[in-house]
Design a protein around this ligand. Sequence first.
Ligand SMILES: NC(=O)c1ccc[n+]([C@@H]2O[C@H](COP(=O)([O-])OP(=O)(O)OC[C@H]3O[C@@H](n4cnc5c(N)ncnc54)[C@H](O)[C@@H]3O)[C@@H](O)[C@H]2O)c1
Length: 311
Amino acid sequence: MKKVLITGVAGFIGSNLADRLLKEGNYEVIGIDNLSYGIKEQIPNGVKFYKYDIRNKLIGHLFENVDYVFHFAAKNCISDCQKNPQETFDINVNGTINIFNYAYNNKVKKVIFAESSAIYEGSDIYPTPETEFKPQSFYAISKATIMMLSESYKKFYNLNTTALRYFCVYGPRQDYRRSIPPLFSSFIIKLLKGETPTIYGTGEKRRDFIHIDDINNFHIKCITDNRTTGKVFNLGNGINYSVNEMLKTIQNLLGIGIEPNYEPDLPGEAFQNLADIELAKEIGWIPKIDLETGLKSSINFIKNELKKGNL
Ligand SMILES: NC(=O)c1ccc[n+]([C@@H]2O[C@H](COP(=O)([O-])OP(=O)(O)OC[C@H]3O[C@@H](n4cnc5c(N)ncnc54)[C@H](O)[C@@H]3O)[C@@H](O)[C@H]2O)c1
């Protein structure tokens, strides 16, 4: 059995990875989350859960005999981060330093951590390769900082890491309770409730969406394939859609055609993102889930949550 620690385990990506690892059968999973955004009920049974902030200096004992750390906990809504740069850096940078410190003190084999395609905000090269580096928003700069920190931890403490530059990940358990929920969840919920969906801006922004099951295939690779160590990988589909196109697809799948309300644009967001995924493909990863199939899994999940009265 390999022991895996996941930070942000009550969140979207963390809870889905915990589920996948437990289903694989040869992993013991422990998880940390301060439940600031995460939902305790969505942590899979079988995870040893500890309610802690990643900045807490008392979490060291949790790293004993841990083989791999997946570090997802972060302040991650771009517009919230724009309003509070200090807290963004405190959680995303100081919190990560705490995680890196305990990882190397406990001889963890590798820390796999969440970066973001927001690093490419200032770039106009599409598809964007990993060599681009143009963060602008406070969120993106915090993610860029932890990437640079990981290089120092490798150089000075010999800590192995893999950085994952996610594009727009979607699928079941995506956080739908926030003031501004992720696009897909928000459209599906509104349409199912017979309400008007909101689009911020003109709806012509383009996003590269990638399903959580494809992302989890790469997560497993990070544990099992040494070629991932010491590198940063774009994880997207290599195809992008406009927000208007996405809404149309969801309307068609649901058979509900309520037209959107257009609100002023949100600050700090890039106009377009599109991943160059050649590096991940070179080591045998390829996204398998097309948008329509992936959306059906989100729709089923949200329908069930509505039935349970959770929304
Ligand atoms: N979902 C995406 O499309 C996407 C894209 C790019 C990058 N990312 C990154 O991937 C990671 C996971 O994203 P997600 O979509 O699962 O987000 P999420 O908000 O669903 O999960 C993050 C979890 O971290 C927890 N958390 C926040 N601050 C904490 C703290 N100080 N201490 C302990 N726990 C804390 C929250 O309660 C939440 O459960 C984040 O680092 C995010 O920046 C996600």
